[in-house]
Design a protein around this ligand. Structure first.
Ligand code: HEM
Length: 412
């Protein structure tokens, strides 16, 4: 195989799909360089990703399995330091991971999520009522007015975050995915959300409510969970961030895909494609989590024609995997609701598979049909090429989504 120099990842995420296509041409596993000149590997092939995601020789714990971090070579100035210093499921390995997963996953089983549907429907209706007050021809940013507040409201209600604290506590998730922040900003952000989250936990400890934060605190106090104070704070941060950011991107990406592919929207209108087709095809072609840090090889591993050395970091490129031509053929990049095989790994796989998958799907199943039922003439308010991507290579989303809603109920 040709030896390529590492591809320097564009921290602004200006064209994620083009970058991932370049990587894919270099093989299913290719060398990259992360901001801060940190070398790593990227997995863009479906088969190789299945292997990485299912192989216990890949750990997510930098404290145990990233020698460069243990040696002090990865400092507070590493732009992705937030992803290293978190103390939660995404940085846990082995028994620690199973323990943390057991504590959180039970709140998001399909049965528990079914019971959340009325709450999601209410939040959707309230946001759409607010949008109905906008003049039909006036541009609105659908990301700011709908795609973000819907999952933010749902996850904040579940975790008992009061209205007045939401913006600040959810900002932790936003800043963590922005890969254009300076090292100083990144370190300050980590410090700030740690402090805010600690204060939130202390308030909940003093006056618990009927919410998942209070449940986690109760589990900690019952002493069976062995949940450390730092894990409790880390877990809450993770739940608020993952409960909001990728769902927001999935809503925005799905709406954007339909508005830029009128022929596909027409299939939905005529009942020839379902909303589940829209959701799964968006997850495949526009996976909301694009290029996720971190895994570390705990020993040398042969994979996709390369040897990943012990201690080397690996990122899984979910946004590339859904477009792998060896699974989806030459038309893998096209957004096509009628394709039979919509295989993707957008929610991960195996023991790390997303615990929020049923909730995310339920939110989309409610949000998309309601949005288009009330505003069937929804259209972009700018030219497609004026829509900018979110400034990150970790997530696949839009900076904003300016639309015109059209009259409620449509022009008839
Ligand atoms: C469309 C929305 C979502 C997408 C695309 C998504 C994607 C993912 C992916 C790819 C992983 C695997 C990470 C890995 O293998 O390293 C993951 C894990 C996770 N997700 Fe999601 N997610 C979404 C929504 C949610 C929601 C709504 C929640 C919470 C309510 C959530 C909570 C989590 C948690 C806690 C994990 C860690 C699981 C573990 O390490 O065992 N996610 N998600």
């Amino acid at each position: 195989m040709t030896q390529h120099p590492p591809l320097v990842i564009d921290r602004t995420g200006s064209d994620i799909h083009a970058e991932l296509a370049t990587l894919r041409r270099r093989g299913p596993v290719a060398r990259i360089e992360l901001p801060g000149s940190v070398p790593a590997w990227s997995v863009t092939g479906y088969e190789a990703a299945l292997r990485v995601l299912g192989d216990p020789r890949f750990s997510k714990d930098p404290r145990k399995h990233w020698p460069a971090f243990r040696r002090g070579e990865i400092g507070e100035d590493f732009p992705l330091i937030g992803w290293v210093l978190m103390d939660n499921l995404t940085t846990a390995h082995g028994n620690d991971h199973s323990r943390l997963r057991r504590l959180t996953a039970k709140a998001f089983t399909p049965r528990r999520v079914e019971a959340m549907r009325p709450m999601i429907e209410r939040a959707t209706a309230e946001l759409l009522d607010e949008l109905a007050g906008v003049a039909p021809g006036e541009p609105v940013d659908l990301k700011r007015r709908f795609a973000h507040p819907l999952p933010a409201r749902v996850i904040s209600d579940l975790f008992g975050v009061p209205e007045e604290e939401r913006a600040e506590l959810l900002r932790g998730g936003e800043v963590n995915v922005d890969t254009t922040t300076s090292p100083e900003e990144a370190a300050a952000n980590v410090e700030r959300w740690h402090r805010q989250m600690h204060e939130f936990v202390e308030r909940k400890r003093r006056s618990p409510g009927d919410d998942l934060t209070s449940d986690l605190i109760a589990a900690q106090e019952a002493n069976g969970s062995r949940l450390s104070p730092s894990e409790l704070v880390g877990t809450l941060h993770l739940m608020l961030a993952t409960g909001t950011e990728p769902v927001m991107n999935l809503i925005a990406n799905a709406v954007h895909a339909l508005l830029t592919h009128p022929d596909q929207y027409e299939l939905v209108r005529k009942g020839e494609a379902s909303w589940d087709d829209v959701i799964e095809e968006t997850l495949r072609a526009e996976a909301p989590v694009a290029h996720l840090p971190f895994r570390f090889a705990t020993e040398d591993v042969e994979l996709g024609g390369v040897t990943i050395r012990q201690g080397e970091p690996v990122l899984v490129a979910f946004a590339a995997i859904g477009r792998d031509p060896s699974v989806h053929g030459a038309g893998a990049d096209r957004f096509e609701l009628s394709r039979e095989d919509k295989t993707h790994l957008a929610f991960g796989h195996g023991i790390y598979r997303c615990i929020g998958m049923p909730l995310a799907r339920a939110e989309l199943q409610i949000a998309l049909p309601e949005l288009f039922r009330r505003f069937p003439d929804l259209e972009l308010a700018v030219r497609p090429e004026q829509i900018k991507p979110q400034s990150t290579f970790i997530m696949n989303g839009l900076e904003s989504l300016p639309v015109r809603l059209g009259p409620e109920g449509g022009r008839g």
